[in-house]
Design a protein around this ligand. Sequence first.
Ligand SMILES: NC(=O)c1ccc[n+]([C@@H]2O[C@H](COP(=O)([O-])OP(=O)(O)OC[C@H]3O[C@@H](n4cnc5c(N)ncnc54)[C@H](O)[C@@H]3O)[C@@H](O)[C@H]2O)c1
Length: 350
Amino acid sequence: MKRYRIGIIGLGAMGSGYARVLAANPRWELAAACDLRPERLQWAATLNPALRLTQDADDLLRDPTLDALGLFTLADIRPRLLSAALRHGKHVIAEKPIAATLPEEQALLAEIEASPCLVAVNLFNRNAWYHHEMQAFIRRGEIGHLAALIISHQAAGGLMPTEGHQPEGPPFHDCGMHYVDVARWYAESEYDRWDAQGVRLWAWKDPWWVTAHGAFRNGVAFNITQSFAYGQLAKDKVVRCGMDVIGALGVIRMSHDFSQVTIEYHGVNTTERKVGPYGGKKLDVLCEKFAASLDAGRSLDLPLARDSVVASAVSQAMLDQATRHAPVVGAPEELERILAHRRELRRARS
Ligand SMILES: NC(=O)c1ccc[n+]([C@@H]2O[C@H](COP(=O)([O-])OP(=O)(O)OC[C@H]3O[C@@H](n4cnc5c(N)ncnc54)[C@H](O)[C@@H]3O)[C@@H](O)[C@H]2O)c1
């Protein structure tokens, strides 16, 4: 089997995860890595001393020996890199969103769809074993016609205001686009209408807690609540993450705590409780599928740029609507306390 040579640009939180996975996968040769920060390059050298390291992304774009590039910077510089990668005939694994603004995303999508190169975007839920199992349960008719999806992704682990991801925007876009995508994937339909509400916690300019409900064109109803304002200063942290998939006849209840996934199947023929690993961002699955897709010369169930652009556009529209009427709750001093607490937790971990 062919071993593909890949170079990665961006060795931050996500890029380091990909670097580890690619270095450990026999289908891939992690050949080059790029970051502006010398300390990240030093870290990458510990994975493979033969790795070509550079602070200039153009070195990787011009390297004719690379089959593929991984674009794991923030979204603001991704369009230039992605466009250049396609011009140089390179396949791409990109982080989401593919750009920082909708017009740029749409222009890039047209380039991607006109290119012979393969582009996968890391909508990680689409690589999750538990979603594939739950969808198989639905296809077997166990819950009857799909009626409603209730999704919650509320935790204290995500970024707070000022901590990063400015080009990606507030959590309902940065992270919420994943759950906007999940609902659309299950519904197998396009969004039709919605109402979104948010709360501008700590008097921050953007709502850090947002809920949206509405319906798809085929009638499936949804409710998506996303927030990183879920007990930030609680002595013992908790999460509320998972989804109810409600059918005309049965129901599936899934929840996770970022370590373990629990699925309760209540179908017409089957009642079952299943527990399994959450599996983080499933980068191993994505990299494996990407290699298999390159072998096949076509996408084998890869999460695609079109799905990412739709999810980004809809989550941004929901966020904009929520922002327009969001009441202020709390005060800036509370945010300062939270940021100080989080700095302390990071110090204790390092
Ligand atoms: N799919 C997911 O579930 C998921 C989760 C978290 C983050 N993300 C996405 O991944 C992307 C990266 O997020 P992150 O948290 O790793 O960010 P990060 O800030 O930790 O890492 C970004 C890295 O890119 C580097 N960089 C910036 N400009 C560069 C340039 N011109 N050339 C080379 N390197 C450059 C930075 O030095 C930094 O190391 C974001 O777009 C984010 O939205 C996706």
